[in-house]
Design a protein around this ligand. Structure first.
Ligand SMILES: Nc1ncnc2c1ncn2[C@@H]1O[C@H](COP(=O)(O)OP(=O)(O)OP(=O)(O)O)[C@@H](O)[C@H]1O
Length: 218
């Protein structure tokens, strides 16, 4: 379980904190949507949960262990996979090679298992012919499906996504979130998505609203 304990953060002025003494837990097998007005601190929160930055006060714990004790480098490599709005696939490679190289970097036991990778891509609607094409020949929705498979198949228990449907139309975006949700349960991941899209947020198991220096989960 991923936990936030007594988190307080401000950038310049301690008397105007972005968050003040907040606590929150994220369970495996659940998808969380982080929502809030522009400037409410969604991206900053994700940067703490993904080990990219450290809050001024408080702790981020994974299974009871402070991520600073795990080491932020180790935490980022072993425990977190990140998905970006712009997919961030390696654009000189095929979909298959993109997933395979992520499994290789993270020393996954599935790295040599071509059928395993192709089956995962097929499940999200990328057939073998598309899996072997250069990713630049795929549509935006298809590329985001590849990015999701890539993040979900590595062993990391946490998947963090910043506006993963920001570049997609409503239909594609709903399909992508449904896919996320199914994979979250199937692979027992903790998935945390920042979104401005109310429809996306409503598909999550838990919505976390950032407002007035606090987090409200419902
Ligand atoms: N490195 C920084 N130095 C100073 N202020 C920062 C820094 N990063 C973010 N901020 C400020 O902290 C606040 C929260 O920023 P953050 O990007 O987390 O908000 P957000 O909710 O993700 O916004 P948006 O929806 O517009 O992306 C903003 O007022 C921003 O200007």
């Amino acid at each position: 379980m991923l936990e936030i304990k007594n988190l307080t953060h401000y950038f310049k002025d301690a008397s105007h904190p972005l968050y003040q003494d907040v606590n929150l837990s994220f369970e495996p097998g659940k998808m969380y949507a982080v929502v809030g007005e522009s400037g409410s601190g969604k991206t900053t929160l994700l940067s703490f949960l993904a080990g990219l930055d450290t809050p001024k006060q408080g702790q981020i714990l994974l299974d009871g262990k402070d991520v600073n004790k795990i080491g932020l480098g180790n935490f980022r490599r072993d425990d977190v996979a990140i998905i970006f709005q712009s997919y961030n696939l390696l654009n000189y490679m095929s979909a298959y090679q993109n997933v395979k190289s992520a499994l290789s970097i993270t020393h996954s036991k599935h790295v040599g298992d071509k059928n395993y990778i192709l089956a995962a891509l097929a499940k999200v609607g990328i057939d073998e012919a598309n899996a072997m094409k250069n990713v630049q020949q795929l549509s935006g929705g298809q590329q985001q499906r590849v990015a999701i498979v890539r993040a979900m198949l590595v062993d990391a228990p946490i998947v963090a996504a910043d506006e993963p449907t920001g570049n997609l139309d409503a239909e594609n975006s709903s399909a992508i979130v449904e896919l996320f949700k199914n994979l979250t349960r199937e692979l027992n991941k903790t998935v945390i998505i920042i979104t401005h899209d109310q429809n996306v947020a409503q598909q999550a198991d838990v919505q976390i609203q950032l407002a007035d220096h606090q987090f409200k989960a419902n």
